[in-house]
Structure formats: structure tokens, C-alpha cells
Write a protein of this length. Structure first.
Length: 498
């Protein structure tokens, strides 16, 4: 007589078990981040706890858990491909001279009365073109900081302007990893997500620009002092790329392709691949660089050893290295690894129904657009403060609030917008976060809060939240769903964890 293994019936989670799993998640992430542990691996521990509860307590088969993970990862694969391409385009845009050209000519139009506004706009443009707030602040921002010191400007205002401009591009650029990750977690597409953020971030940028303009016009600044670091940098950039009118025209084409693809809503990945190929060709045509070095810049990132226009006995400045050496597809590996570990944790939590159970007892009765927006943004801020990183919050918010938003017929682009309103904008204001530590260290260990801190002058994050609340109250830009659309979205969401 053959023996068949008895399969235990699948149980529904109890409130106590659901609360235990979620509290364990918070404890693992918060305690680990406080101890300086790698949060990407902490997410794996969360997946183990939730997955263990699924199999041992709820008797959910491992194959069912794995299927849920595969369904979630399938939805994010295009985003992962986009991130690889984003790293490649940054490396090759430096290789061909497109980004260095913007930096070079940007420094030529600065005037004392507009130092704060110029710092904001230059970093805004730089971060939008590169998709990286850190790159913008660490290159154009550092240069503006040096010029501001020579002018006797108010340094906290300058740093606030630099950070505000940098995070604008990090939030709005299709090249930014956060701009790609947020819609993937919320379940919407990249360009719709960017369009959604236009409703609150663009007005916030205009208000910020006015604030920095007034601050500069009412300040008593002396004549522009030529900063030796900037002068040396511009000479080195000209030596490497030898900018001239015909090269400048050609080097604008890669930017044009990106903006055209965004405005015309063309597929992002083909546009980025085309841009990578074009940038390598431009490096060969404009500067005589080699095909092999262009491909290396795309894969590993740009380095000064990839160009042969620097004399062998010439010693380049440390500032030049800080500006140019970056990018490459492999530079995105850590973010992509975060997607895998984060979605593993989210899939296990989702399969067990723990969030649904707890939220049903707590925030399950959100009954208005405003309550959805406020709850999502407050939760995102709490996760940011607890963990110091936006990525964990992106993943968790997608799981926590999708049903509430759908029940209130608020579109997923609004949820992804809430993620970035806090996750991308407020990291610079949290001293123990990666962004806060980076910006403070970048500018001579300037405090973030208190006397001499830049937090109050950052402006953009605060104004963005004000506009987000106004939008929720008025219903403008809320991507309202019809009853049929809401039913369809809810059915698809429930099918993911069925």
C-alpha cells in the first residue's frame, strides 16, 4: 500500500501572526540600519521570516510562494533593464563630452547676484540630464560651492539651492533609478509617473527658483572671484574635449533623443540603447576616441584612462576625477540587487496576507483622496526616518496602499508620486540617511539642521508636500479611476497573490 504525503490545508493569517511578521520586519530593518548593517541583506532576513511563517504556520507550499515572487519580478524586469541602460548612458555621455560640455559652458554664465539661483538651476539641469542628484551635487554643486565662498555668499543658502536643484532632477529624470523604481513598485509606467510628478514638483521648483532669486538680489555680494579650482577644471575639460561650435551641436543630440523619447512617450529602453551607441560614435568622431574604450565606458563607467587627449606627463586635478569618473552599467548593480531582495520580502509578506490583515484593522477605512495621500506620505517618511533609505519604503508602500488607493479610485501614478515626494526629496534632510550623510560630508561637514544648517533653505521638499495636499483636496492630477477601471485594477492586484 503506497503512502501519500498528507497536504495540510492552507490557513488564513490571524491578526496576531500578521502583527508579529510586520513588527519583526520593522525591528529587523530599523535595528539593522542603526547598527550599520547592509539593508539589502536585511530584506532577505525579512523574506525568510515572512516565508517561514507562510510555510510553517499557514501551510502555504513553497512553490506558491515562489510563484508570487516570480509574478512580482516579472513586472519589474523592464525597470531592471532600464537601470542597466541608465548606467551605460551616463558613462558614454561623459565619454563623448556631452555632460562635460554642459558643465563647461554652465560655469561661464554665472554672476554674483544670481549665485543662488544659478546654483539651483545648474544643478537642476545637471541632475535632470544625468538622473543623479549625487553626481550633480558632487560636480556642478561642488564647483558652485567654491565660487560662493569666493564671493562671500551665504553658504547654507548655496548648499540648500544645490541640494534642491539636485533632487529635482533625481526625481524627474527618466535616467534616475528612483524615478524608475517608484512606478515599478506602484504598478504604473515611467512616463505616466513623471507626468504625475509634474503636478506638484514643477510648481515647487518654480517657487524655489523665486526664493533663490530674491535671496540673491537682496544679498550684498562682492565681485566675482575667479576660483582657481574652476579655472583649472575648465582648462582640463577643454584639453580633453576641445569644444568648438560643430562639436557642441553634435553633443546636444544625445540630450535631444532623451527628451524627445520622454515627450513623445516612446519606449525608453530602445531610446537609451540608441543613445549609448550614438555617444560612443560621437566620442570617436569628435575626439578620436576608440570603439573599445567607448564600450568600456558603457559597461564599467568612464575613467580618464579611456581618453588619449591627456599628455602622459600631465597630472590631472582631483576635482576633474571627481567630476568625470562615474557611470557604467555595473554601477547600477547595487540598486538592482535591492530590487531582487526587496521584492522577495514583499512577495512573502503579500502571499501571507499580513499587510491586508493589519491594515484592515488600522488604515483599511481610508475614505478620501486626501487621507490616502497623507497616509502614504506619512508612512513613507516614517520608513525613511527609521531605515535611512528610500528603496525599502518604495517596496513597502506599493504593498501597503495599492488597495486603499484603488478603493478610493485614485490612480497608481499618484501612489508612485507620493513615494518620490518623500523618498527622493526628504533623504537629504535626514542626517543618518545615505543622502543626508553624503551632502553634509560633501560640503565641509555642514550641519543639516540648526545654526549654519542647510535644511531650511532646501525649500523644494516642503513646497512639494504643500502642492501634493492641494492636489488631493482639489482633485487635480489625481488620475481618477472609473468604477470599471477600479474593479479591473483590484482584480489584477488580487490575482497576483491568489
Amino acid at each position: 500500500m503506497s503512502k501519500t504525503k498528507e497536504t495540510k490545508p492552507i490557513k488564513t493569517t490571524s491578526f496576531g501572526l500578521a502583527l508579529f511578521v510586520l513588527l519583526a520586519t520593522v525591528v529587523i530593518l530599523v535595528a539593522g540600519c542603526i547598527k550599520g548593517l547592509q539593508y539589502r541583506y536585511l530584506l532577505l532576513f525579512v523574506a525568510v521570516v515572512a516565508g517561514g511563517a507562510n510555510m510553517l504556520v499557514l501551510h502555504i507550499p513553497w512553490d506558491d510562494c515562489l510563484e508570487t515572487l516570480c509574478v512580482k519580478m516579472k513586472s519589474v524586469i523592464p525597470t531592471l533593464c532600464m537601470m542597466w541602460c541608465t548606467g551605460g548612458i551616463i558613462g558614454t555621455m561623459i565619454f563623448c563630452g556631452a555632460v562635460p560640455m554642459v558643465i563647461y559652458y554652465g560655469f561661464m554664465v554665472i554672476s554674483p547676484q544670481f549665485i543662488y539661483l544659478s546654483a539651483f538651476l545648474l544643478c537642476l539641469i545637471m541632475s535632470t540630464l544625468t538622473g543623479s542628484s549625487w553626481t550633480s551635487a558632487g560636480t556642478a554643486g561642488v564647483a558652485m560651492f567654491g565660487m560662493a565662498m569666493g564671493m562671500g555668499a551665504n553658504l547654507p543658502i548655496v548648499v540648500g539651492a544645490i541640494v534642491a536643484g539636485s533632487i529635482f532632477g533625481d526625481k524627474m529624470s527618466p535616467l534616475s533609478e528612483t524615478t524608475n523604481m517608484a512606478p515599478a513598485c506602484a504598478g504604473t509606467d515611467l512616463y505616466t509617473h513623471i507626468g504625475s510628478m509634474m503636478y506638484d514638483t514643477l510648481p515647487a521648483a518654480i517657487v524655489s527658483a523665486i526664493v533663490f532669486l530674491i535671496a540673491g538680489m537682496t544679498s550684498d555680494l562682492g565681485s566675482v572671484a575667479t576660483d582657481e579650482t574652476i579655472t583649472t577644471l575648465m582648462e582640463e575639460l577643454m584639453m580633453i574635449y576641445n569644444f568648438c561650435w560643430w562639436k557642441n551641436i553634435l553633443l546636444l543630440v544625445p540630450f535631444g533623443i532623451i527628451f524627445y523619447a520622454a515627450l513623445a512617450k516612446k519606449p525608453v529602453i530602445p531610446a537609451l540603447v540608441l543613445d549609448i551607441i550614438l555617444c560612443i560614435i560621437l566620442g570617436m568622431v569628435c575626439h578620436g576616441f576608440t570603439l573599445a574604450n567607448g564600450m568600456t565606458a558603457a559597461y564599467s563607467g568612464f575613467s580618464l584612462g579611456l581618453v588619449d587627449t591627456i599628455p602622459q606627463d600631465f597630472e590631472t586635478s582631483e576635482f576633474l576625477t571627481k567630476i568625470l569618473v562615474r557611470g557604467g552599467s555595473i554601477s547600477m548593480a547595487s540598486v538592482i540587487f535591492t530590487c531582487f531582495t526587496g521584492f522577495a520580502a514583499a512577495a512573502m509578506i503579500s502571499k501571507g496576507g499580513y499587510l491586508d490583515c493589519v491594515l484592515g484593522r488600522t488604515i483599511g477605512n481610508l475614505k478620501s483622496r486626501l487621507s490616502c495621500v497623507l497616509a502614504a506620505e506619512v508612512t513613507m517618511l516614517a520608513i525613511m526616518i527609521a531605515t535611512g533609505t528610500a528603496y525599502v519604503g518604495f517596496i513597502m508602500l506599493g504593498e501597503m496602499y495599492k488597495k486603499s488607493f484603488i478603493k478610493n479610485k485614485v490612480g497608481m501614478p499618484v501612489l508612485s508620486r507620493c513615494m518620490e515626494d518623500i523618498g527622493t526629496c526628504f533623504g537629504c534632510l535626514i542626517p543618518w540617511s545615505l543622502s543626508g550623510a553624503y551632502y553634509a560630508g560633501l560640503f565641509d561637514n555642514m550641519p543639516i539642521w540648526g545654526e549654519g544648517g542647510y535644511a531650511l533653505w532646501t525649500v523644494l521638499p516642503y513646497v512639494t508636500i504643500i502642492f501634493a495636499v492641494i492636489l488631493a483636496i482639489t482633485g487635480i492630477g489625481m488620475y481618477k479611476m472609473t468604477d470599471e477601471e477600479a474593479e479591473k485594477e483590484m482584480a489584477e492586484l488580487e490575482a497576483e497573490v491568489a
